[in-house]
Design a protein around this ligand. Structure first.
Ligand SMILES: *Cc1c(COP(=O)(O)O)cnc(C)c1O
Length: 349
């Protein structure tokens, strides 16, 4: 049948059942804030019986308070995947191609294909960094992840601002899924640049991947346009339990800072351990390391780790096919990883 839309879907990391050490999809190893757990234990049937607020008002207000923004500057969606998808549909509606790095979140080209948006992938430098000069020209839109995934590298905030400044012809989306692990957010720039849209998620730093909460911050005109597209597709996106749990998560900033701090401390220790094992990697500002070993091929290590019930991410793709993306787990999980790696590497000598 010719009238069927056929696309090549995004492939998420494996979600194995049973007890494994799961370092393959960048989840947070710590539980969500205690206030979230309380909300989820509620027996209030009204929470499920009624439709949610289509404007996701309570969570928008809580985000506005947390980030010192106006509610009109915030769009909330079902994970940042939904937020970015809606933003593609809204902001990248021109004829000119959009631009993004060749090595980045592998959903960007999938959305571009799905929505039939022409696109060009701009190669990262050999050291996996973004050079904003490579984006010179006129685009239908630009999206970068900052820090970038799976490279873990942060583009300096001055470079981000320069990129936004150089491209008043289009919307520049900055996907800040990992910014809470020590990066610098471009959020303060939103008031200054009407073409800047920032997306963030509760999935990683707030330990709520299972609830699916993401948001975008931008100029009120842009946010209204995204909301209008959403209301043209599905009014009730975020469910009621997720809305109240999202508000509860924002209510406990000390807990949020504590678990981010723990992940960062474990990451910094992991840099030393992994280097000692013969791995090299870019300087990560995220909750993962993007590693390559001096002798042992990445694909082999991934398979050997899986035999030992330790899951990490590997892509058989040009330029990154000898790399693993390893999520930072708890100290105990990381100790088990180092022990397994030691064993695997010693077999290969
Ligand atoms: C995890 C991730 C997302 C999606 O996060 P959700 O909010 O869980 O949909 C978006 N962008 C990048 C770069 C990510 O790593």
């Amino acid at each position: 049948m010719d009238n069927i839309r056929r696309v090549v879907p995004y492939v998420p990391g494996e979600q194995p059942a049973g007890k494994v050490i799961k370092l393959n999809t960048n989840e947070n190893p710590y539980p969500p804030a205690p206030a979230v757990q309380e909300i989820l234990n509620t027996d209030d049937a009204e929470l499920l019986r009624k439709y949610p607020d289509p404007s996701i008002g309570p969570l928008v207000k809580a985000l506005a308070k947390e980030y010192d923004l106006k509610p009109e500057q915030i769009f909330v969606g079902v994970g940042s995947d939904d937020v970015i998808g809606m933003s593609f549909l809204t902001c990248f509606a021109g004829e000119k191609p959009i631009a993004f790095p060749d090595i980045t979140y592998s959903f960007y080209d999938v959305w571009a294909e799905l929505f039939r948006i022409p696109y060009k992938m701009i190669p990262l430098k050999d050291d996996y960094t973004i050079d904003i000069d490579d984006y010179d020209g006129q685009w239908g839109g630009i999206i970068i992840a900052n820090p970038n995934a799976p490279t873990s590298i942060e583009l300096g905030i001055d470079r981000v601002e320069e990129l936004v400044k150089r491209h008043p012809e289009c919307v520049v989306i900055v996907d800040e899924a990992y910014v809470d692990f020590g990066g610098t957010s471009a959020m303060p720039l939103v008031a200054k640049y009407p073409n800047l849209l920032i997306t963030q998620t509760f999935s990683k730093s707030r330990s709520l991947a299972g609830l699916r909460i993401g948001f975008a911050v931008g100029n009120p005109e842009l946010i209204k346009a995204i909301n209008d597209v959403k209301y043209s597709y599905n009014s009730y996106t975020l469910n009621r339990p997720s809305i109240v749990a999202g508000v509860a998560s924002l209510s406990d900033r000390p807990y949020f800072e504590k678990i981010c701090g723990k992940v960062i401390a474990t990451r910094e220790a992991a840099k030393k351990e992994m280097a000692a094992l013969g791995f090299s990697f870019p300087d990560s500002k995220t909750n993962f390391l993007f590693v390559t070993h001096e002798k042992v091929p990445a694909e082999f290590i991934q398979k050997e780790l899986k035999k030992r019930n330790i899951y990490v991410r590997y892509w058989k793709k040009p330029r990154i096919d000898n790399r693993l993306r390893i999520t930072i787990g708890t100290d105990e999980e990381m100790a088990a990883l180092y022990a397994a790696l030691k064993e695997i590497i010693s077999q290969c000598k």
